[in-house]
Structure formats: structure tokens, C-alpha cells
Design a protein around this ligand. Structure first.
Ligand code: ZN
Ligand code: ZN
Length: 103
């Protein structure tokens, strides 16, 4: 069972993956390379602060840069984050005991 690093959501890897792309896209940063004009999407690990960049061959100001494409990119960068969490932070972690009573 994977756990979302940003909230309480947990599920299969693919479920967490989609959840990240849909709910936590605001955690991604972007930058535009001055020389090539390519847009880089930056994902930062919420646990250790490591960051990964994924270049896109399209610039955001490109009219063909539709939101659908942006969703694809989110999936790519969050895939990088999930691999990082698996490799560096032992995801998926064993299920933590649920607190008894209200929660
Ligand atoms: Zn979440
Ligand atoms: Zn990390």
C-alpha cells in the first residue's frame, strides 16, 4: 500500500500516482530554459527536499501546450517522485496501526 506523501490518501501505486497528478500538481515547480525555451517541470521530495526535473519539448506559451499534455507531464514527474520514495524512503511503508477510537 502506497501512501501519498502530502496527505492521508493511500492506495495502490497507480492510484496514488493518479491522485498526485490530480490533487497535488500545485506542488510542482516550473522553469523555462532561456536558451532552448523548453519548459522544465520540477518535483521536490517532501521528505528530504531532493528535486527532479523533467524537460518538456514544448514551451508553456506554445498554444498547443494544452492542459491534457500538462496532465501527462504531471504523471511523468510524479512517477519520478514515486521511484525516489521507493528507493530512498522505503515506500511502500508497512501499514501503520490506525489510532483507536476517533480518528
Ligand atoms: Zn495526497
Ligand atoms: Zn526524498
Amino acid at each position: 500500500m502506497f501512501r501519498c506523501p502530502y496527505c492521508e490518501f493511500s492506495g495502490k501505486r497507480s492510484e496514488v500516482h493518479n491522485h498526485l497528478a490530480e490533487s497535488h500538481a500545485d506542488t510542482l515547480g516550473t522553469r523555462v530554459d532561456e536558451f532552448t525555451g523548453h519548459t522544465f517541470f520540477i518535483v521536490t521530495c517532501p521528505v528530504c527536499g531532493a528535486s527532479y526535473e523533467q524537460v518538456t519539448k514544448k514551451a508553456r506559451r506554445d498554444p498547443s501546450f494544452v492542459s491534457e499534455y500538462e496532465h501527462e507531464i504531471r504523471l511523468v514527474v510524479f512517477d519520478l517522485l514515486l521511484y525516489h520514495l521507493q528507493g530512498e524512503h522505503n515506500l511502500p511503508s508497512p501499514p501503520s496501526p490506525l489510532p483507536m477510537g476517533e480518528g
